[in-house]
Write a protein that binds this ligand. Structure first.
Ligand SMILES: [Zn+2]
Length: 347
């Protein structure tokens, strides 16, 4: 036993010593571009050279899945909260968050909301710059108001793209989320798969290309992860039901240490938040169900990441040992969906 303890201590010491040298690792940057209503067919059929360039450089799947129902709010919420409607309770679109929540969230943060990746990053890396630019005003209802440094609604994908790019150039946020709505609008007007829809997808491809060009110009491609995904596809002029055309979504990741090629693992939309947490090396709340898509990263990147976590903990504990230190509140007895946000929110 004594010999085992000595070995463990030695391993810890080596890990800590290594960690001191490894402290210089730059903080990564992550840009997530969420194209509302971008279907898998849209990626493959429409003219999407920039998306295909991303796929050639990074890890991707066109068989990722959203959640049921295939509406926007439940799916955006799942993507940014690392959980499904069963956990965060958002099961429909609505004008107000209270109208969308039909189940009480299984855990809550200070704002009485199921914790998003923005809040988790804010809590664990308080100095992080976090930005959200959204084409659909309803997106803001899904995010804790104080978590991002900026959460800005712009009308139209073009204005949203320009505002986000201007902000990134000026501020270099660690985490930026961009929501583009032109594809979904066109799907509802002309139907998914129509000529007009495919043109809208091609336009979105151009907006995505503007972000890549910006990173290239700023020599920031090597330190920035770019993830392109969507909330749902569509069928006819609708989405919300249970077909593959509606629930399958693209998931395309490019960045330092990302492998090239199709991701073999199953990818669910709630894995996005977990993957972001993994990239930033922050702990996911226990109430999240998503897991990082580790197979999207090279063995070297994964080993370096595990080593850094090991070093940070110092005592060789399990990876999620700090999770309990984050005080995500549990709903109190008697609270129901209407208590979200909680009754003391006005204090
Ligand atoms: Zn949508």
């Amino acid at each position: 036993m004594r010999k085992t303890a000595a070995v463990v201590l030695w391993v810890c010491w080596v890990a800590v010593a290594y960690g001191q040298k490894a402290d210089v690792r730059p903080v990564p940057h992550v840009i997530i571009i969420g194209v509302d209503g971008l279907s898998v067919e849209g990626v493959t059929v429409a003219r999407t050279p920039r998306l295909h360039d991303l796929m050639a450089r990074g890890a991707w799947t066109l068989e990722a899945r959203g959640v049921m129902p295939t509406l926007s709010s439940p799916n955006w919420a799942s993507m940014i909260t690392g959980a499904g409607p069963e956990q965060h309770g958002i099961t429909s679109n609505g004008v107000l968050l209270q109208k969308m929540v039909t189940l009480p969230a299984v855990c809550r943060d200070e704002d009485g909301m199921f914790p998003t990746m923005f809040e988790v990053l804010r809590m664990q890396r308080p100095s992080s710059r976090i930005a959200i630019f959204h084409d659909w005003p309803g997106f803001a209802d899904l995010v804790e108001k104080h978590a991002p440094n900026v959460m800005q609604h712009e009308r139209g994908a073009d204005k949203t793209t320009h505002a986000a790019i201007d902000y990134w150039k000026e501020n270099r946020p660690e985490l930026m989320f961009v929501h583009l709505d032109n594809v979904d609008h066109t799907g509802h007007e002309y139907s998914w798969g129509s000529r007009e829809y495919n043109k809208a997808v091609a336009d979105a491809d151009g907006y995505i290309g503007q972000f890549i060009d910006m990173l290239k110009d700023l020599d920031a491609l090597d330190s920035t992860f770019v993830l392109v995904t969507s909330d749902h596809g569509g069928k006819g002029r609708e989405h919300g039901k249970n077909s593959l055309q509606e629930i399958q979504i693209p998931w395309i990741l490019m960045g330092p240490g990302v492998v090239q090629g199709k991701v073999a693992a199953s990818v669910y939309t709630f894995d996005t938040a977990a993957t972001v947490a993994w990239i930033f090396d922050i702990n996911a709340p226990d109430c999240w169900i998503g897991r990082p898509i580790v197979s999207a990263f090279t063995a070297a990147a994964t080993t370096a990441h595990n080593q850094e976590r090991h070093d940070a903990q110092g005592n060789c504990g399990p990876q999620r040992m700090f999770t309990g230190a984050i005080a995500w509140g549990l709903p109190q007895p008697g609270e129901d969906a209407l208590a979200h946000p909680p009754a003391n929110a006005g204090k």
